[in-house]
Design a protein around this ligand. Sequence first.
Ligand SMILES: Nc1ncnc2c1ncn2[C@@H]1O[C@H](COP(=O)(O)OP(=O)(O)O)[C@@H](O)[C@H]1O
Ligand SMILES: [Mg+2]
Length: 258
Amino acid sequence: MSEVLRISFPEPPVREPEPIVRLNGFSRHFGETRVLDDLDLSIAPGEFVALLGRSGSGKTTLLRTLAGLDEANGASAVIPASRATVFQDARLLPWKRVWQNVVLGVTGEDRRQRAEEALREVGLEHRPDAWPLTLSGGEAQRASLARALIRKPELLLLDEPFAALDALTRIRMHALVLSLWRRHKPAVLLVTHDVEEAMALADRILVLDAGRIAAEERIAAPRGQRASVVRPLRGRLLGHLGLQTDGGVYADLIGRDH
Ligand SMILES: Nc1ncnc2c1ncn2[C@@H]1O[C@H](COP(=O)(O)OP(=O)(O)O)[C@@H](O)[C@H]1O
Ligand SMILES: [Mg+2]
């Protein structure tokens, strides 16, 4: 009888990718006010994370640190050099044409061509020579996204970029951000106070409260097939934000019809 030599190899461990962003024990004070307090955060490459929090909870403060606009004092921090930020207001220079805003700080003979390519990606190819003040709010945010994209960021930071837009424009912008994210695969940190926006766009939702990440929700369901998870998730997220629907605090606030 022939002996069969069996060699078994251990299963290779499933390795989580190294996070592209890592903050450990990050605190930020303004005078006596502790805005962020011993906060930990990590984001994987290509991950789409939404950061929810009440107004004044420190979302922008955290984002400014990740954007390199504020020092990460005292924290152990890993932040990629390749990053770009889109703010709530588009922050276009009014004395430069749209295409020039898009390639601000970019050098090279092909600047105009690169600007046009980026504008095509955001659906603004027909306005390269427009002045920023002639753009609608949605168009200005498209230009601002093009300016971020052209830097091919590994980390895209979005600070309530759709908050000032009307509801229909906001939905179009959601679709645009998702298509850009699918194509370029940056890690995204979307700061928002909009629970619906977070649930529609993110892989993972963090709730910032009292200076820390107070709650975390991972959404396994693919985008577009989230109807069944949205209702309970909305309830939990509103709970973390201090509001409860259906007979809770929110119902007390708005009162009942008789
Ligand atoms: N430069 C600053 N100086 C003093 N206080 C600040 C400064 N920036 C932010 N704050 C305070 O920090 C808190 C968090 O602000 P912010 O990060 O803008 O909140 P959010 O973006 O969640 O609304 C607020 O109370 C705000 O007043
Ligand atoms: Mg803010």
